[in-house]
Design a protein around this ligand. Structure first.
Ligand SMILES: NC(=O)c1ccc[n+]([C@@H]2O[C@H](COP(=O)([O-])OP(=O)(O)OC[C@H]3O[C@@H](n4cnc5c(N)ncnc54)[C@H](O)[C@@H]3O)[C@@H](O)[C@H]2O)c1
Length: 302
């Protein structure tokens, strides 16, 4: 799809970060929007920002609809897809972008945390793909954009749940793209692997208590340190994603960190793990040192 003008795009996780940035950029290009998120306030803000972004460029107001939903809820996703087709007349693009992060050791991980992240990051993508695919096919021209991560290219200790979902999104989307190529049905698919992007994901992530003293000093420091790796803006990420769709790319890497990780995982597909362990040992020692220093200061204050 070379042009988004007068197309209809459905975006999950549109209430913040990359979902919001995609909505604004698409609106600027004259694309009608169906926005979904579990956060109703963020969703309304995005709809207003997108409408304002569109106004100077097109005569008639864009059609922007919103839906508060949990992407892990299969029935809700199918209902939203049906409503979107009814309200907009057709759907051309779906961005399965909603996602969450979880930090935990496997040893200490609660099944409920693992089920939570799999429900959103993996099943959310599957639900969005399967609910919208028939609609994209009937529109005659469509594109499915599924968001994996740099953590869908290489694994890291403490990120097993996130890694599992993002590797799964990659496998699912690469197989989907091949099936669509064989079907020649006018629909294509792209798998997106962002590196660190400046969004709210770190602050809204779940960090299990077992990570404290293992790789981090405390929950807030863990989130703040995670954010230090966020080197690309959400707007730039959206630009790269839409460029990838225009060029019908199978895989989109966002940021020099994602390109470096991709190179490392392909060049040293097994040995990269030893390098990650070395680097993580250093972080672990730092976290333990800072935790000891914090305890000593608190002891002196008491
Ligand atoms: N920010 C990064 O560094 C980064 C890196 C790689 C991949 N990603 C992926 O990019 C995608 C977008 O994340 P972001 O960085 O913009 O984060 P973000 O937290 O700013 O936005 C995510 C949005 O998803 C929504 N969401 C979460 N759970 C939901 C659910 N169950 N149902 C509906 N909506 C839900 C949130 O409310 C939020 O508005 C995610 O899939 C994330 O895993 C992010």
């Amino acid at each position: 799809m070379k042009n988004f003008n007068d197309r209809v795009a459905a975006i999950t996780g549109a209430g913040s970060g990359m979902g919001r940035a995609l909505a604004i950029r698409l609106a600027r290009e004259g694309c009608h929007l169906a926005l979904a998120d579990r956060n109703a306030t963020g969703l309304t803000e995005t709809a207003q920002l997108a409408q304002a972004a569109a106004a100077p460029h097109i005569g008639a107001p864009l059609r922007i609809t919103t839906c508060t939903l949990d992407v892990a809820d299969r029935a809700a996703m199918y209902e939203w897809a049906t409503d979107t087709a009814r309200q907009h007349g057709r759907v051309n693009l779906v961005f399965n972008n909603a996602g969450v992060a979880l930090s935990s050791t496997i040893d200490g991980m609660d099944y409920s945390d693992l089920e939570w992240i799999v429900g959103i990051n993996f099943w959310g993508v599957v639900h969005g793909t399967k609910a919208f695919l028939p609609l994209l096919k009937s529109a005659g021209e469509g594109h499915i954009v599924n968001t994996s991560s740099v953590f869908g290219l290489f694994a890291q200790p403490g990120m097993s749940g996130y890694n599992a979902t993002k590797f799964a999104v990659r496998g699912f989307t690469e197989a989907l793209r091949q099936e669509l190529d064989l079907m020649k049905c006018g629909v294509s698919a792209t798998c997106v692997h962002p590196g660190g992007i400046r969004t709210a994901i770190a602050q809204s992530s779940r960090i299990a208590p077992n990570m404290v003293g293992f790789m981090i000093e405390n929950e807030q420091q863990g989130k703040d340190d995670f954010e230090k790796f966020f080197i690309t803006t959400a707007d730039e990420a959206a630009r790269v994603i839409l460029d990838g769709v225009r060029r019908n790319k199978r895989r989109v890497l966002i940021g020099r960190d994602a390109r470096a990780a991709d190179w490392l995982a392909r060049t040293l597909p097994a040995a990269y793990q030893a390098l990650v362990v070395l680097q993580t040992r250093r972080l672990k020692r730092l976290a333990q040192k800072r935790a000891r220093r914090g305890t000593a200061v608190e002891g002196r204050r008491a």
